[in-house]
Design a protein around this ligand. Structure first.
Ligand code: B12
Ligand code: SF4
Ligand code: SF4
Length: 351
């Protein structure tokens, strides 16, 4: 039997070591509620900015405190996985009129699958610790994207980064979340952009977020502070003026909603503002100075598949249902149907 880890600090350190061992790039800990963010969330939903997406606007109370989702939760472990790539972006190498843009987060393997597998490994390691008597034997709940959890707000509270004016979580670089140094700092001659403070925790917003709810009492980290300053590039670049104010997104106007979430894209898409976007949009991240010179994600499965970078619109439009499913096998693009993407492609061509 191992000695029981008696303090919340020791237990948090153990969880973080496991998180890094299974491949998470960022990890931090916080409590079960983010009251200020919940107030902002409620205000945004009341104004209609949730675009009527049922999984976002229904049962808002669930998001007040994760104990409304799972009463046993006592701490929230927040995790980040980089999907940064060196593929030139939409603005750097604009797609031609015959090409579409699939957002970076969907250019590789479906992150729900990749990140979930890492979460399961993390929870397994905690189970091993419990079997050794190092921590109490408890259940955990894991979430990546689809749960009623304000992941960005928890990530900021857990010190992983701050929510920028583009409403996304931006990691400042260096420590791997939670204010601890992450990985050795390589010698200057070997450093890549973004590795100024240590490997594996490049700055920027090209991170997926995930959450583990745990009944364990873990020491909380210090929230990250805002580093947007006077910059407003993301607000100015948005082709649909989807930001009614800094830090506030009206999802009804976001190309990601139009091309992915809208029940019927014809009812929402403004073709003249769509550009070449067939699935998602990266513009408000591409212009962010914190995303300049991204270092490539170490997660091979998340790296872009060449055929998902500026795919020919004709090729996409020619797929039947089976071919569409085969083409996007294990890809987040399967969030939409062939018919849905077909309508988006028609809108691109109408403009
Ligand atoms: C709904 C949703 C969407 C909606 C709405 C987006 C949005 N900004 O909320 C749509 C479909 C538009 C969308 C688009 C995208 N999404 Co999305 N989405 C979600 C989801 C499922 C819920 C987010 C949510 O609760 N929104 C509710 C609204 C009201 O909250 P909010 O705008 O985030 O507002 C918060 C902050 O802005 C803050 N806030 C508000 N006002 C102010 C003011 C100040 C001063 C401060 C400091 C803070 C602050 O408080 C609010 C509450 O937390 C999360 C996963 C999850 N479960 O959390 C992924 C998530 C946010 N999406 C993600 C991604 C990658 C994207 C896209 C980049 C995909 C793409 N390339 O097309 C785009 C980005 C668009 C954008 N600029 O946000 C990632 C973001 C990772 C990161 N680094 O932040 C997440 C976390 C998924 C994941 N698990 O990785 N998404
Ligand atoms: S993802 Fe595109 S459309 Fe949505 S807010 Fe950002 S720039 Fe605007
Ligand atoms: S582009 Fe500028 S304002 Fe927008 S999130 Fe990045 S640093 Fe903040």
């Amino acid at each position: 039997m191992a000695k029981e880890l008696e303090s919340a600090v020791e237990r948090a350190a153990r969880v973080k070591a496991h998180a890094r061992a299974v491949g998470f790039d960022l990890v931090g800990v916080t409590g079960t509620a983010v009251p200020e963010a919940f107030a902002r969330f409620s205000e945004a939903v009341d104004k209609g900015y949730g675009a009527g997406l049922p999984w976002l606007v229904d049962e808002p109370e669930l998001r007040r405190d994760v104990r409304n989702v799972w009463p046993a939760a006592r701490s929230v472990v927040v995790l980040g996985v980089s999907y940064a790539s060196e593929v030139p972006g939409y603005l750097e190498a604009p797609p031609s009129a015959d090409e579409g843009w699939i957002a970076r987060y969907a250019q590789g393997r479906d992150y729900h699958e990749v990140v979930r597998r890492m979460l399961v490994q993390l929870v397994r390691k905690l189970g091993d610790d419990a079997a050794l008597g190092a921590i109490p034997s408890v259940e955990h709940r894991i979430f990546v994207d689809t749960g009623p959890v304000l992941e960005k707000a928890f990530a900021q509270a857990a010190g992983l980064g701050w929510i920028g004016k583009n409403t996304l979580l931006i990691h400042p670089g260096g420590p791997g979340g939670g204010g601890e140094p992450y990985g050795p700092v390589p010698p200057a001659s070997l450093r890549k952009p973004g590795e100024e403070h240590g490997r594996g925790a490049a700055r920027g917003s090209w991170y997926f977020l995930a959450v583990v709810l745990t009944p364990l009492d873990l020491a909380a980290d210090t929230p990250e502070t805002d580093h947007c300053g006077t910059c407003r590039r993301c607000l100015d670049v948005c082709p649909t003026q989807a930001f009614p104010a800094p830090y506030v997104l009206d999802a009804r106007r976001c190309i990601a909603t139009w091309t992915i979430e809208a029940p019927d894209p014809d009812a929402m898409v403004v073709p003249e503002q769509l550009g070449q976007h067939v699935f998602g949009c990266d513009l408000c991240q591409e212009v962010c100075p914190w995303n300049r010179r991204p270092s490539r994600s170490r997660h091979v499965a998340l790296r872009p598949r060449p055929d998902n970078v500026r795919p020919a619109l004709d090729d996409l439009a020619s797929l039947d249902d089976d071919a569409f499913r085969a083409r996007f096998h294990r890809s987040a693009v399967l969030r939409v149907t062939r018919e849905h993407m077909g309508k988006v492609i028609k809108a691109i061509r109408r403009a």
